[in-house]
Design a protein around this ligand. Structure first.
Ligand SMILES: [Fe+2]
Length: 292
């Protein structure tokens, strides 16, 4: 997405979404010693650091304050050599599109082989209940295409890519070191648990619900209990909370089934995202215990 479009989205989406309690991004800061994040309006991008390696998960908007906020976290864009992409929507790949500042032009990107069909133009992305077709995005970074359940290492960081189609046809979530699950736009957290992500933006909502069921089953069968980290609604460390409403959709048009008093009135207003807070406070999780 061009910078102009990102700016337009800041204004128009702010008007459309204010008061709806849909987007609840984390502010810029740290979840723990391994994971940090940057807020770009309603979206979060994440960094995972282990020993001397930092990888990035998703690339956010074409966002003019990215470099500034990376400095808040003491991360140099030039040190990012690997970027895991959950899916190719413009709020997840903006900083690697050809018309961005190309802060990460030498980084290798990792994307699902099915998701890549949007990038080659074989498939067009449809949103708003299939009424709107989005334009083709141009990305020139070297790419590694991933299959479902593919396991690979970046230095000593273990990554497992899990295919969770529905929001997009090739959406991947990434399980890192068996402890952190970066879920992009598959799970939406309300005040009392996770729903399937916003219905109007999905390619196939039934498939999205099926994928979440499958994902939960997979984690439980393997007795994994990762921290669940979402692209727009924060994180939780409780599987029961994270998958509580997995068979229900976050609805775009109606008021939410579950209101969340913590949701900002206008999540596009990021005036409370400051350098001082990013450097002094840890980011709170969403599950109930954290709020009591
Ligand atoms: Fe998104």
């Amino acid at each position: 997405m061009s910078r102009f479009d990102s700016k337009m989205q800041e204004k128009s989406m702010s008007l459309m979404f204010r008061g709806k309690q849909i987007f609840k991004p984390l502010n810029t800061g740290r979840i723990d010693k391994h994971v940090s994040c940057i807020r770009e309006y309603v979206a979060n991008i994440f960094f995972y650091t282990k020993n001397d390696t930092t990888i990035m998960i998703d690339a956010g908007y074409n966002y003019e304050r990215l470099k500034e906020k990376m400095e808040w976290l003491d991360i140099d864009p030039g040190d990012i050599k690997h970027i895991l992409i959950t899916h190719q929507d413009t709020d997840h790949v903006g900083a690697i599109e050809d018309d961005s500042d190309l802060l990460f032009k030498d980084a290798t990107i990792y994307v699902g082989e099915i998701e890549n069909r949007y990038l080659t133009g074989e498939v067009r992305r449809k949103v708003m209940y299939k009424l709107a077709k989005l334009s083709l995005l141009n990305i020139s970074n070297p790419k590694v295409l991933l299959k479902d359940k593919e396991v690979f290492y970046i230095n000593d960081i273990k990554i497992e890519a899990l295919l969770v189609p529905g929001h997009t046809w090739g959406h991947m979530v990434y399980l890192i070191d068996d402890k952190y699950l970066f879920t992009g736009d598959t799970i939406w957290f309300g005040a009392d648990g996770g729903f399937s992500f916003i219905d109007a933006l999905a390619e196939d909502n039934k498939l999205a619900v099926k994928s979440l069921e499958k994902l939960e089953k997979y984690l439980r069968e393997r007795k994994l209990d990762p921290i669940i980290i979402t692209g727009h609604t924060g994180y939780a460390d409780d599987l029961d909370f994270s998958f509580a409403h997995k068979d229900k959709l976050c609805t775009f048009l109606k008021k939410q089934l579950v209101s969340d008093p913590e949701a900002p009135y206008d999540a596009y207003d990021e005036s409370d995202d400051t350098r001082e807070k990013a450097r002094s406070e840890m980011l709170k999780k969403k599950n109930k215990e954290a709020q009591s």
